[in-house]
Design a protein around this ligand. Structure first.
Ligand code: CTP
Length: 405
């Protein structure tokens, strides 16, 4: 199942240079499984042709309310009734001002006004010059549009087509896609604050070498994204990985197990759920050499001794807040065999209500996984799927358990 399969999106373009990004967005929506109907204002058609968007959406584009193709000549009614959401990207300053007043002198604004307000959400991706964005009129209009039920996305920051730098760029197509996908997820974790650890740790031997493992961080990043989509505030403590930060997630980068422990300690008091997916190194080198350990000349192998790293999850699970139920702890177990048995004993050993087992070598670095959820009631399998799908299922399972607790 793609993220937007079974969704019909009316993609509206108002006039602005960000229209060039709407082509990519249209393609991304289609790739994510949505059917897309494009509606453009005449100003938008000055920036990008309807032909381009027709080819990308595989549907004829609507520009005029006088379009005679509709048998009843009511494109504004027909198009808005079919939509699961109307997404206006770019939403220009002028278009938002128009919406605010309920004006309807072109097809796009007419359709927005005529939409069934309770069942067809209106999502706006603003795009404009930074002065226009900061202008009190725009800010006032946005606040009122939100109060009227529109969902206004953030704007990007950076260099603008006009040559100025600041807030007001339209989000990138991939960011808008992520926000739209999140919009459709049920908010089962609204009001929760989720702290997630992810990725490997890196334990230095000397300034250029260290010990790490093959964890890619993908499962933890997917859980952070799924928790955010479900309405939680999310803090992600990430070991050394090169993955993009999920939208709306606060990320703290760390390297070693001790760094990870400190970052968790700094954020755990604000959390109501702690999910430890990180593959934390069990040992670190007792004495890190200040200079590179040289092979040449020494004639002997380096003598390394190790000390055990703190168990971050077990430590958090022993805290007063975890014991009182104010903090719900979820552990992971990366095993190579006998998953159920190891996950069951690990759950008890770590003192957590929920332990999620997976076969490490079968999943490290890959996009797919399978999970085994073990709690006091028994075990439940989440069968093989991509990590984001599994993360959403796990988030739903956590939410169920929070309600019961
Ligand atoms: N964990 C942790 N701190 C550690 C080691 C592990 O927080 N120093 C957490 C992991 O994030 C995971 C769980 O504990 O949620 C289990 O990790 P795993 O590596 O599977 O287990 P270990 O405790 O290392 O046990 P073993 O090596 O015997 O399998």
């Amino acid at each position: 199942m793609s993220d937007l399969s079974n969704k019909h999106i009316v993609l509206g373009l108002s006039g602005g240079i960000a229209c060039y990004k709407a082509a990519e967005l249209c393609r991304a929506l289609v790739k994510a499984g949505a059917s897309v109907q494009v509606v453009m204002t005449e100003a938008a058609a000055q920036f990008i042709t309807p032909v381009t968007l027709q080819a990308l959406s595989n549907r004829a584009v609507y520009v005029s309310q006088w379009d005679a193709r509709e048998p009843n000549n009511m494109a504004h009614i027909n198009l808005s009734r079919e939509a699961d959401a109307i997404l206006v990207a770019p939403a220009s300053a002028d278009f938002m001002a128009k919406l605010l007043h309920g004006r309807a002198d072109d097809l796009l604004s007419l359709m927005c006004l005529a939409r069934p307000i309770d069942s067809v959400p209106l999502i706006l991706a603003p795009a404009m010059n930074r002065e226009m964005w900061l202008h009190p009129a725009t800010q006032r209009n946005m606040a009122q549009l939100k109060a009227d039920g529109a969902h206004v996305l953030d704007v990007g920051q950076g260099e603008q087509a006009c040559g100025e730098t600041g807030d007001g760029r339209m989000l990138e197509p991939e960011e808008i896609l992520q926000d739209l996908v999140a919009f459709f997820q049920t908010k089962v974790l609204a009001g929760q604050h989720v702290l997630v650890t992810a990725g490997p740790t890196y334990e230095a031997m000397d300034p250029v070498r260290g010990i790490t493992n093959l964890s890619s961080g993908k499962m933890g990043f997917s859980i952070a994204r799924a928790a955010r989509e479900a309405g939680a505030e999310v803090t992600l403590v990430a070991g050394p990985v090169h993955l993009p930060t999920p939208r709306g997630v606060q990320r703290v980068d760390v390297r070693s197990a001790l760094d990870m422990q400190a970052a968790v300690a700094a954020h755990v008091d604000a959390a109501s759920v702690f999910v430890a997916t990180a593959a934390v190194a069990d040992w670190r080198v007792a004495e890190v050499a200040g200079q590179k350990i040289k092979k040449e000349g020494s004639g002997q192998l380096p003598q390394l001794s190790f000390v055990e790293n703190p168990d971050i999850l077990a430590g958090v699970a022993q805290s007063a807040r975890a014991k009182s139920g104010a903090l719900y702890c979820v552990g992971f177990a990366a095993e190579s065999h006998d998953l159920l048995q190891h996950a069951t004993t690990k759950r008890e050993r770590k003192g957590v209500p929920l332990l999620v087992g997976n076969i490490g070598p079968a999943t490290f670095g890959l996009d797919d996984n399978a999970l085994l959820l073990v709690d006091a009631q028994g075990a439940k399998e989440l069968p093989h799927a991509n990590k984001l799908t599994l993360a959403r299922q796990l988030v739903a399972e956590i939410a169920k358990r929070l309600k019961v607790a």
